[in-house]
Design a protein around this ligand. Structure first.
Ligand code: FMN
Length: 274
């Protein structure tokens, strides 16, 4: 299928305004009984189409989206990820890296898949993020908001079981979409010179880092409590933070799904995992 190449439809100001309207949203308009408000069929079609139009390395499309429809499955993923809006959003997906399908293509054509677990993670997560980002951006163009949910890492094993994910398929994050039912603040970003580098990497002076923390503090505000971004980052990433708890769960999931390239229990060649 071919489609006409685009002509310019938006000004630079409109593009910036579109991205400024982005808000991660965790509460959605529901039907009167509290169940998810379905997307019109053409909107659902458009966001799924957008996901599949994402560019992809090596032509491989090493990702899959699991669309959560059954209320019981939604409820269980909501519990496993501790993100209640998975049960009530208009649409909810688990976005996965997926090298299994390419292996199937090779197998069906009589080829033997190689052993490349680190490459699988690199390509698979990259493709999954691009597809999910396309989906979310398309939803925002249609007037919805959404939320990525890295909380899947808290319940990786349960999600792999519940969704019957075969070896080669690794959940990256969940993604909810719906009409926002909350008044969500505009959240800041790290100042550009620390993020967009010119020709060579600029690590940032202590002063620039302190200034960036000041800029970012509002993102950690809760109700009337002023924000402390460095404290939030400490709770995630410092010694004893939550990421240290996630690390062994991710390693275990990588091993289970045949995607572990590190020391310790070596991943078997992908093709020998059934
Ligand atoms: C990969 C990823 C995982 C995320 N995980 C969660 C999550 O588990 N729960 C949640 O409430 N928000 C989650 N978020 C949303 C971020 O908190 C949010 O994007 C960030 O605070 C910036 O806010 P903004 O998107 O409204 O600008 C996640 C975002 C990304 C990109």
């Amino acid at each position: 299928m071919s489609a006409p190449l685009p002509t310019r439809t938006q000004s630079a100001e409109q593009v910036m305004a579109f991205y400024d309207a982005h808000r991660t949203t965790r509460r959605y308009v529901t039907a009167q009984d509290g169940s998810p408000l379905p997307l019109p069929a053409d909107h659902l079609e458009a966001i799924l189409h957008a996901a599949q139009r994402a560019p992809t390395d090596a032509t491989a499309q090493l990702y899959s989206l699991v669309r959560l429809v059954n209320p019981a499955v939604r409820a269980e993923v909501a519990a496993l990820t501790t993100n209640a809006h998975i049960a009530t959003a208009s649409e909810a997906f688990v976005v996965c890296a997926d090298v299994r399908r390419v292996e199937r293509v090779l197998e069906v054509r009589g080829q033997t898949p190689g052993h490349w677990p680190a490459i699988a993670v690199h390509f698979g997560i990259g493709d999954a993020v691009m597809a999910g980002t396309n989906l979310l951006t398309a939803a925002e163009m249609l007037g919805y908001q959404g939320c990525w949910i890295g909380g899947v890492m808290n319940g990786l094993e349960g999600i792999i079981d519940l969704l019957a994910l075969p070896p080669g398929v690794l959940p990256f994050a969940a993604l909810t979409i719906g009409k926002s039912a909350e008044d969500t603040p505009y959240r800041p970003r790290v100042p550009r010179p620390l993020v967009i580098h010119t020709d060579t990497y600029h690590p940032g002076t202590d002063e620039e880092i302190r200034a960036a923390v000041e800029v970012m503090n509002p993102i950690a505000a809760r109700g009337d409590q002023p924000g402390d971004w460095a404290r939030l980052l400490r709770s995630y990433f410092a010694v004893g933070g939550s990421m240290e708890g996630r690390e062994p769960r991710l390693v275990a999931a990588l091993q289970r799904q045949g995607l572990w390239a590190g020391e310790g229990e070596a991943a078997p060649p992908l093709q020998s995992v059934t």
